[in-house]
Design a protein around this ligand. Structure first.
Ligand code: NAD
Length: 475
């Protein structure tokens, strides 16, 4: 796999250097060496990409949904063919194990195949009318130009979750990937060209959030901003885009809880808690960063969890700055009375590694309980009952996912009903959504939209109600 030294923008199907002439360094999280340099784009580059999208969109929208679905399928199949290369890029950009990156490439492919199927489905509704001879039906309309801005954590699914439905619905798009994963976004957009997506329908502008990202949010001709990232950035985007009444879809952070009841299969609970808290170095919006355990099994569970964490092979976090932020948050928590059970330190050697970290003796009101660290850090809490657990879980600004481990159907259903979250898992991890399942959260985790699933089509299209009056003379 060859990664170019300079990663440009992709506008109207062509690689384009930034107008600023400046390039940003992208380091490998695994060892801190320079991987490549990416275009430092600004408002002028964004404008060129938006104009390209605006120009390409009408002809693209003229194609039938079946044709667009066929092209989306071609792209998914090409990605499947090139999955090894795609995964190698992601492994280099993020430092995650190749195995994990391959799984993510496959998930991106599945999303493409799922969306492609909508070409021959995409059901609407017909309904009744008060007037005779009148038929009422619905049809989906593209929005125009979609600005797609995303996080670094799972680069291929992140772009796939947005780009496939956005273009399938007949929009043209400008992608602003995270500055930490420029290569995979360019790779995806170049594959799209190869698959038959017309030039200008899927453009990529590289650069920093505050520069390229903000310019995309502020651009008058961007009809939809679909964003995956932190709540702080999402809040800013929502405020700015609201000024011109643009549609905004926000998929934000989480402080997801995994609850272990006293009737749980503890080995299973430990296995899922470890995977949920520490896979991808905890850089998942759905990571289990809070683990809530019934008093009666707390000590046994804690020992098993700490033991399990000590056997894990640490994965790097995305950047030195991110690692420093996590270490500072841990230090503040410890200074405030938290007990460090394992981890909490930077690992010696090259790269940006934080040992899997477990803290206890924290209150739900503490800063560390309420802020997302987006790293391999989880907190343990003791509770006396399921209702106490649910109250603690809900005492959070976030509401993305939640899991409960129990043998009781009643407890499982009560947790599912009462927990403020968009996704609930019983006897599994806090993550695990698939391309056909709508994903999203409540409270600071999102604004009510769902990505993936057919719900994603509602983000990237508008419904139109069509009234057909068969014979006006008869009414
Ligand atoms: P971030 O908010 O810092 O950045 C996300 C993206 O927004 C990046 O591309 C960044 O360049 C851009 N950006 C930053 N400031 C901007 C601005 N002012 N205007 C426009 N764009 C701007 O988040 P991150 O650190 O990349 O990602 C981690 C966050 O993403 C976590 O909160 C995580 O939970 C969340 N996330 C959510 C989901 C989900 O589906 N809900 C999935 C993955 C990650």
């Amino acid at each position: 796999m060859m990664i170019r030294d300079e990663i440009p923008n992709l506008i109207e199907g062509e690689p384009v250097p930034p107008l600023s002439g400046e390039w940003l360094d992208k380091l490998c999280p695994a060892d801190g060496t320079l991987l490549c340099r990416l275009a430092r784009s600004g408002a002028g580059d964004v404008d060129a990409a938006v104009q390209a999208a605006r120009t390409a969109q009408p002809a693209w929208a003229e194609r039938t949904p079946v044709e667009r679905g066929d092209i989306v399928r071609e792209l998914a199949l090409l990605l499947r063919e090139r999955r090894d290369e795609a995964a190698e890029i992601v492994a280099a950009e993020t430092g995650k194990p190749l195995e994990l990156a391959l799984g993510e490439a496959d998930a991106a492919v599945e999303m493409g195949l799922f969306v492609a199927g909508e070409g021959r489905r995409s059901y609407g509704r017909t309904t009744t009318a008060s007037m005779k001879h009148r038929t009422v039906l619905t049809m989906r309309q593209p929005l125009g130009v979609a600005g797609l801005i995303m996080s670094f954590n799972t680069p291929l699914p992140n772009i796939a979750w947005k780009a496939f439905p956005a273009i399938f619905c007949g929009n043209a798009a400008v992608v602003k990937p995270s500055e930490e994963v420029p290569v995979s976004a360019l790779f995806f957009a170049e594959l799209a060209l190869e698959a038959g997506v017309p030039a200008g329908v899927l453009n990529v502008v590289q650069g920093l959030g505050a520069e390229a990202g903000a310019a995309l949010v502020e651009h008058e001709e961007v009809d939809l901003v679909s964003f995956t990232g932190s709540a702080a950035t999402g809040r800013w985007i929502n405020e700015r885009a609201a000024r011109r009444l643009a549609k905004v879809c926000l998929e934000l952070g989480g402080k997801n809880a995994l609850v272990v009841c006293d009737d749980a299969d503890l080995e299973n609970a430990v296995r899922w808690a470890l995977a949920s808290a520490f896979s991808n170095a905890g850089q998942r919006c759905a990571a289990a960063s809070r683990i809530v355990v019934f008093e009666d099994v707390y000590d046994v569970f804690r020992d098993l969890l700490v033991n399990g964490a000590s056997d894990l092979q640490p994965e790097p976090v995305i950047s030195d700055a991110a690692l420093e932020r996590m270490l500072e948050a841990i230090d503040r928590a410890v200074a405030g009375g938290a007990r460090r059970l394992i981890g909490g330190e930077r690992l010696a050697g090259p790269g940006f590694h934080l040992a899997p970290t477990i803290l206890e003796n924290v209150s739900p009101q503490d800063e560390i309980s309420r802020t997302e660290l987006f790293g391999p850090v989880t907190l343990l809490y003791r509770v006396g009952s399921l209702d106490d657990a649910i109250a603690l879980v809900n005492d959070s600004p976030y509401g993305l996912t939640g899991a409960v481990h129990t043998a009781s159907l009643h407890r499982a259903m009560r947790f599912a009903e009462k927990t403020e979250a968009g996704v609930i898992v019983v006897n599994g991890g806090t993550h695990g959504s698939e391309p056909h399942m709508g994903f999203g959260g409540v409270k600071d985790s999102g604004t009510g939209w769902r990505e993936a699933g057919i719900e994603a089509l509602d983000v990237y299209s508008d419904w139109k109600i069509v009234n057909l009056i068969a014979d006006p003379a008869l009414t």
